[in-house]
Design a binder for this molecule. Structure first.
Ligand SMILES: [Fe+2]
Ligand SMILES: [Fe+2]
Length: 265
């Protein structure tokens, strides 16, 4: 029977690539928060109250706001599970730092919804509509295994969504007068970059520890990307999807993973 689980026999193979201690992390968090608050304080009141965007922009942006908010909300939950079930301290530590990051992202995205005046009853339906990343995140929320969560969410999803996508989202929001979203995306990306290198180091450690782990990671990748395919359906998001796969494969293929064969509509 094919293996479904991974064990890291030698935990010393994994070291936090950001080399953070609790002291260093807390200092970094404080600096990030200060920087974020300063950037937000520089946004004119009109823009902060969403009076500078068109009604049409807001109508269409609800889906994007929901995608941001609920993926961060999901992240706070799955990374807490990953921390609770981590088999050694260095791994647990990285998960806990990430939990604090995701909590901050969640607060930023909640504020967008609130300042844009979108009633809370509209948030969840936008997230549950077809063509969002909801199916993927709901799957991750059911998982309990730390390695599986980190491979699927940090390595595959963040690795794919990472820096490129957030830069595009930030520029797009800014061009339409949504300065708060632009500031949020630019703040978020500094943490997500760290989450991706955490995941990359972990995957490398797992493969070095036992080459047979590669098959399990490959299957986790395939399952994850299949859950994302629906977001690319319809052709509208073709460019987004190419960028998404492209940034993921850039980190995954050098580690020995193969592209997933995906039926595209
Ligand atoms: Fe995040
Ligand atoms: Fe993250």
């Amino acid at each position: 029977m094919a293996r479904t689980r991974i064990v890291l026999k030698d935990p010393d193979r994994f070291k936090d690539p950001a080399n953070l201690t609790w002291e260093r992390y807390i200092a970094l968090q404080a600096r990030e928060r200060e920087r974020y608050l300063a950037e937000r304080a520089a946004i004119p009141d009109d823009a902060l109250a969403y009076r500078t965007v068109s009604p049409r922009y807001l109508e269409r942006a609800v889906d994007q706001f929901a995608n941001n908010y609920y993926s961060e909300l999901s992240a706070t939950h799955y990374i807490a599970t990953a921390a609770a079930n981590a088999s050694f301290d260095e791994l647990k530590k990285c998960c806990l730092f990430q939990l604090a990051d995701e909590q901050r992202h969640l607060e930023m995205d909640r504020e967008v919804f609130e300042r844009a005046g979108i009633p809370e009853r509209d948030w969840l339906p936008a997230w549950e509509a077809p063509g969002t990343t909801c199916r993927f995140f709901r799957h991750v929320l059911e998982l309990e295994d730390t390695f599986e969560i980190l491979v699927k969410a940090n390595f595959v999803a963040e690795g794919a969504a990472g820096p490129g996508t957030f830069a595009v989202l930030a520029d797009g929001a800014e061009a339409r007068g949504d300065l708060l979203s632009a500031v949020n995306h630019r703040a978020r990306v500094r943490d997500e970059t760290r989450h991706i290198s955490f995941a990359r180091s972990l995957v490398k450690a797992l493969i070095d520890d036992d080459p047979a782990n590669l098959d399990v990671i490959q299957r986790w990748q395939d399952e994850s990307l299949q859950l994302f395919v629906e977001v690319a359906r319809g052709g509208e998001r073709h460019e987004w999807w190419e960028g998404f796969l492209g940034s993921y494969y850039k980190i995954a293929l050098p580690l020995g993973l193969r592209p997933t064969s995906l039926p595209l509509a």
